[in-house]
Unconditional design. Structure first.
Length: 429
């Protein structure tokens, strides 16, 4: 490992202690490295504005930061155990190439300031991807709701067959869910879109840093004004981002549960694309829905990450090293969450129904609610209508298409109002 910026003369660095302090930083920081380079460029420009760097020094730093980003992206530079973290790696490379100009890059910054802005930029990028993937899923669901609005299928409450439903109603539910999820991701992104660069270790610095410039250069919507609040927001903003991701993953978990049931031999309503199943390692007769099962499991990673950060935040104000562990939490939550969401639109687009099996599951009891409502519409008090409709002797095999056409309440099969959902989606994306 290169010399530590904070190392004091005469103090021996214990390797075991340093390994503990560094933790997984070098590995995790590979995820944030390009964002740290981006923020370092903006910081260098600000230093030039206040006379810390001259024009030639700035040009050299910008050139070398661009080269470092390219080398990292193309595998020529590896962030490894030679470095304490991504920040020390950047400074080491710049010093190697530029000498004193490279050493100036850390002026007016703290390592905490560096990771705070890098992870903030990373979270903005990830929330944008969450919103985009949710919008894609909603769009597929809307298209299929329109195309399959009249396809009958059983509707369940308490896991019991309840009423006649339709594929259109099933799709419209997920369409609205993922419209909401896309909107929440955009709203959370807007809330966390605040620039902490220049807050140093949470108390500012005795230099007139050009924070307005860095805010604009990095594409933030606003400056995070209070230097101490930049520290208070770390963890709080990460939790909000994970909660937004978690909303989508909760819906994904329930959708995956439906597909787990519907693809079973006992239901047989749905067939998955073959790529979304795997063979059993011991049972030659089986294809397993492993993809949707791991989709179902993904929310656990987000929930664990949120809990981990929540426990880190039982702290007084100011910076504390405990917050280092929040990097791993957001990395694992979004790593698994985005991987699952990325597979969802294509899965929704390509799954296929088995209409014969769905129609065969519509037994006479599932028209009892229709009968009760029809009797009430004829003037019978609903409690009396309910009692009469509960009598199995009055049940008969009904017409599923007629049942669906009669369901005229807003949001039901005869009035899905998909245009309203599409307008909302268009307004988000």
């Amino acid at each position: 490992m290169s010399d530590l910026l904070w190392q004091k003369p005469g103090v021996q660095v214990d390797a075991a202690i340093q390994d503990f302090l560094a933790g997984e930083d070098v590995i995790l920081d590979r995820e944030f490295f390009l964002f740290d380079i981006q923020a370092s460029k903006a910081h260098a420009e600000g230093l030039q504005h206040i006379g810390i760097l001259d024009a030639d020094e700035l040009a050299g730093l910008q050139r070398e930061l661009d080269l470092l980003a390219a080398d990292f992206s193309e595998g020529r530079f590896v962030l490894d155990a030679r470095f304490e973290d991504c920040h020390s790696a950047i400074e080491s490379r710049l010093t190697e190439r530029l000498g004193d100009a490279g050493r100036k890059i850390h002026t007016g910054r703290s390592r905490n300031d560096q990771i705070l802005v890098a992870t903030r930029l990373w979270l903005k990028d990830r929330l944008s991807r969450v919103a985009s993937l949710c919008a894609d899923a909603a769009r597929v669901a809307l298209d299929r709701a329109e195309a399959e609005k009249a396809l009958p299928m059983p509707g369940y409450t308490h896991l019991q067959r309840a009423v006649v439903s339709s594929a259109g109603m099933w799709w419209s539910a997920w369409a609205e869910a993922f419209v909401d999820n896309a909107q929440r991701a955009r709203q959370t992104l807007a809330w966390i879109d605040a620039n902490p660069l220049g807050s140093a270790a949470g108390y500012g610095i005795n230099l007139p840093l050009d924070r307005d410039h860095s805010t604009q250069a990095l594409g933030f919507a606003r400056m995070q004004v209070s230097a101490p609040y930049a520290q208070l927001s770390r963890g709080k903003f990460e939790m909000a981002a994970i909660e937004s991701l978690g909303s989508a993953l909760l819906d994904l978990r329930r959708l995956a549960w439906d597909l787990s049931l519907f693809t079973s031999a006992e239901f047989g309503f749905v067939s998955l694309p073959p790529e979304y199943t795997t063979g059993s390692s011991i049972m030659p007769n089986k294809r397993n829905p492993d993809v949707i099962e791991l989709m179902r499991a993904t929310y656990a990673s987000a929930a664990a990450a949120r809990t981990e950060i929540e426990q880190l935040l039982s702290l007084p104000s100011g910076y504390h090293r405990d917050l280092q562990f929040s990097k791993g939490a957001i990395f694992h939550a979004f790593g698994r969450g985005l991987s699952a969401l990325a597979l969802l639109p294509d899965l929704l687009r390509r799954l296929s129904w088995n209409p014969e099996r769905m129609r065969a599951a519509l037994d006479p009891s599932m028209y009892a609610t229709d009968l009760a409502v029809d009797l009430a519409r004829q003037g019978l008090p609903f409690r009396d209508a309910y009692k009469q409709a509960a009598d199995p002797a009055r049940w008969a095999q009904g017409d599923p298409e007629a049942s669906l056409q009669a369901r005229v309440s807003p949001g039901a099969s005869a009035d899905l109002r998909l245009d309203v959902l599409r307008q909302r989606l268009d307004g988000i994306s």
